[in-house]
Design a protein around this ligand. Sequence first.
Ligand SMILES: NC(=O)c1ccc[n+]([C@@H]2O[C@H](COP(=O)([O-])OP(=O)(O)OC[C@H]3O[C@@H](n4cnc5c(N)ncnc54)[C@H](OP(=O)(O)O)[C@@H]3O)[C@@H](O)[C@H]2O)c1
Length: 324
Amino acid sequence: MRAVVVPEAGGVELRTVADPEPRDGEVVVQIVAAAINRRDLRIVEPESRWSFPRPFVLGSDGAGIRTDTGEEVIICPSLAWGEDQSAPEPDWRILGGPDDGTFAELVSVPAENLFPRPPGFSWQEAAALPLAGLTAYRALFPVGGLREGETVLVLGAGSGVSTLAVPLAAQAGARVIVTSSSDEKIARARSLGADAGVNYASGEWVDEVRELTGGGGVDLVVDSVGATWMDSLRCLRRGGRMAVFGANGGAHVDVDVRFTFFNWLSILGTAMGSLADFAALLAMVERASWRPAVDSVRPLAETADAFARIEAQAHFGKLVLQVR
Ligand SMILES: NC(=O)c1ccc[n+]([C@@H]2O[C@H](COP(=O)([O-])OP(=O)(O)OC[C@H]3O[C@@H](n4cnc5c(N)ncnc54)[C@H](OP(=O)(O)O)[C@@H]3O)[C@@H](O)[C@H]2O)c1
């Protein structure tokens, strides 16, 4: 089969490789469309902090056809989470390193990770949903505790996760504020359900966010940037929550801990989610009128070009790879 492989030296290479051999409990899926996540860019770096044995097939997100039943499916990329909903088992993994992933004509995955393709979703929209949608869903609801009528701030409107967090939060009846480096992306976020947006490139975005809440602050911040933690905390109301799962802008921050406890703030770490979270996401999506924002669609051979577009932060939403 054709697959995008991470060779020994890093980077990506379209190769012909052996078809996958399913292990016990696994099913082979014929991939129709796959989608790219920030993680894919990080794990192909020559000195990546993920030291998976190379070569392996890249890719966490995919939608396709079960080769055993012919059913149209979407793949949950969270492998071996286990039963505890608060955190996964020690052997929890994300599909696409070390396990061979979805940027391929065929992938073998545990049957329990296969769910029906959401009704009304194109193949591209289905492929765009899993990793980012699961992360956004868990950060907003099981972890962030977002309720109808609350206000949530989502950082970086153009990010794949943010373009799913915005419509999910709006669907739940929350007021959504976004930040972005681009006024055009703020306008696009509004079309996904955001109520207002602030351009973080133009300086005092914390003050602007607080003004949008009448000075009181937001109930929840969804922060995938990392370097912004202190500013995000300043956007919260007393007793507010910050759900964190990324370090796009840097992994080390200087936080005044007194600001946190004297404002009764909660910092809530999360990553991906369980199969139960994924099922709950799909149940919500079935009732939705919105669809995932697909930035662009390319063949597998153009994976590196798609990576360059993400590195340049030129994208809005998910970059999809059309496999068949
Ligand atoms: N822990 C997990 O399970 C998990 C899962 C998924 C993602 N993540 C992490 O979450 C982050 C986002 O992932 P992704 O795939 O959605 O990434 P992505 O699509 O590459 O998002 C990049 C976007 O981040 C925004 N950004 C960068 N610096 C910013 C800043 N200083 N302030 C506000 N926004 C900023 C920019 O938005 P604008 O273009 O609008 O300015 C940029 O376009 C990454 O760090 C990723 O590793 C973690």
